[in-house]
Design a protein around this ligand. Structure first.
Ligand SMILES: [Zn+2]
Length: 345
C-alpha cells in the first residue's frame, strides 16, 4: 500500500514540477511534497509502525522518491532562472545610439584662478608660497609692521576685533612679519602670501568686508628699488599683456620707505584714454615699496646688512579689470550664472 502511494506521489510531483512555469510554482511543489508536513515526511515518520520486512523496502523507496523530487526541482529551477534572465536581457536591451548624459565639470572660482596664475608666475621667479592665520595678533598685524598703537594709518584698516589684542587680519602682511621672524635674521626671504583679509567696511560695488590679497616680499643683501620695478614689469606683462608698461608713483605705507603705487598702461586703449583708465591712459594696480628698516629690525634682520621690497595686490581688482566685472559682490554670492562664464579662466 505504502509503496503504491509513494509511486503515485512521485508521479504527481514530477508532473507538477514539469508544468511549473514560474519559480513560485516550484516553491509550492517543494513545500507540498517535501515539506515538514508533506506526505513523504509523514510516511518516513510512520516507519516505526511497519513490520520489520516492510521497513527497508519502503524506507529505501521513500528516500529515493524524495531525492528524485528534490533533484528535479533543482534542475527545473536552474532552467527557469536561465529563461527568466534571457527574457530580462531581451526586454532591457541597451540602446547605444542614445545620446549620453553630460556631466558638468567643476572649475576653479575666478579668484582662485587669478591667485594660481600669480602663484605660478612667482614660483617661476624663485618665490615660495607662505600662509598664515586669519585670526591674528595685533602685534603681527600692526606693530611688527611699523604701525604702533595710535598710529593714524590704523584708521584706514578698521578691523573686527575679537579681543583688544586679537583681530581678523586686515592684510596678509602679518605673514611677512611671521616669516621674517622665522628666518632669525638670515636671508634670503623670497615669498608670496595669498589669502583672505577682513576690514570693517560697508559692502558696495567696490568694497567688501572680506576680500583677498596677495603680497610679495623679497629680503636679501643689496635688493634695490630697480629689482622691484623689474619684477613688477614682468608681473604686469604676464597678467595684462606683453606690451604693458608700468609707472611708479610716490605713495605712503607705514611698512615701506620709499613707498610707491604701480600703474600699468591701459590694456583697453593702449594709453590713449578710455573709460577703463578714466581717460588717463594708466590703471592703478598695486602698492609696493622698500621694506622699512624698522620692520626689518623688529623681525630680527639687520637693516644695515639687508634690504628688501614688498608689494601687495587685490586679486578681485585684477579680475575685475581683466574681465570687465563691475561689482565685487559677484565674487562672493556664488551665482552659478556668473561663475559659469569663467569655466576656462
Ligand atoms: Zn584706457
Amino acid at each position: 500500500m505504502l509503496k503504491e502511494k509513494l509511486l503515485e506521489l512521485r508521479q504527481q510531483a514530477l508532473s507538477n514540477i514539469d508544468s511549473a512555469d514560474e519559480l513560485k510554482a516550484l516553491q509550492e511543489a517543494h513545500v507540498r511534497f517535501l515539506g515538514k508536513k508533506g506526505p513523504i515526511t509523514e510516511i518516513l515518520k510512520g516507519m516505526g509502525k511497519l513490520s520489520k520486512e516492510e521497513r527497508p523496502d519502503v524506507g529505501k523507496l521513500a528516500n529515493e522518491v524524495r531525492q528524485l523530487i528534490a533533484a528535479r526541482i533543482e534542475e527545473k529551477k536552474t532552467d527557469l532562472e536561465a529563461r527568466l534572465l534571457d527574457l530580462k536581457l531581451e526586454s532591457e536591451k541597451l540602446d547605444v545610439t542614445l545620446p549620453g548624459r553630460k556631466t558638468v565639470p567643476g572649475s576653479h572660482h575666478l579668484l582662485a584662478s587669478i591667485i594660481r596664475e600669480v602663484e605660478d608666475l612667482f614660483i617661476g621667479l624663485g618665490f615660495s608660497i607662505e600662509e598664515g592665520p586669519e585670526v591674528e595678533q595685533d602685534y603681527y598685524n600692526f606693530e611688527a609692521l611699523n604701525l604702533p598703537k595710535d598710529h593714524p594709518a590704523r584708521d584706514m584698516q578698521d578691523s573686527f576685533y575679537i579681543t583688544d589684542d586679537i583681530l581678523m587680519r586686515t592684510h596678509t602682511s602679518p605673514v611677512q612679519a611671521r616669516t621674517l621672524e622665522k628666518h632669525k635674521g638670515v636671508g634670503p626671504v623670497k615669498i608670496i602670501c595669498p589669502g583672505k583679509v577682513y576690514r570693517r567696511d560697508n559692502d558696495d560695488a567696490t568694497h567688501s568686508h572680506q576680500f583677498m590679497q596677495i603680497e610679495g616680499l623679497y629680503v636679501d643683501h643689496k635688493v634695490r628699488l630697480s629689482d622691484l620695478k623689474g619684477i613688477l614689469t614682468v608681473f604686469a606683462k604676464h597678467m595684462f599683456g606683453a606690451d604693458r608698461e608700468i609707472r611708479l608713483r610716490p605713495s605712503f605705507f607705514p611698512f615701506t620707505e620709499p613707498s610707491v603705487e604701480m600703474d600699468i598702461s591701459c590694456f583697453r586703449c593702449g594709453g590713449h584714454g578710455c573709460n577703463v583708465c578714466k581717460g588717463t591712459g594708466w590703471i592703478e594696480i598695486l602698492g609696493a615699496g622698500m621694506v622699512h628698516p624698522n620692520v626689518l629690525r623688529m623681525s630680527g634682520f639687520d637693516p644695515s646688512e639687508y634690504t628688501g621690497f614688498a608689494f601687495g595686490m587685490g586679486p578681485e581688482r585684477i579680475a575685475m579689470l581683466k574681465y570687465g566685472i563691475e561689482d565685487i559682490r559677484h565674487f562672493y554670492t556664488d551665482d552659478i550664472r556668473f561663475l559659469k562664464q569663467f569655466y576656462r579662466a
